[in-house]
Unconditional design. Sequence first.
Length: 61
Amino acid sequence: MGDPNAWYYCLTHQTAEKGVGCRGGDRMGPYPDEATARRALELARERTEAEDEADREWKGK
């Protein structure tokens, strides 16, 4: 169940939505505000790239 005051990014509809919306498996979040929820895919990409870089550095030691 989602937080009725939090924002989520719906992967099905590719939109930010507040509170209980689409099923949990189709959403990313929760996020503190609508602007952050709209950036969900960008944030995920940035975090993945940062972790990939950390892995490369760790393997290089």
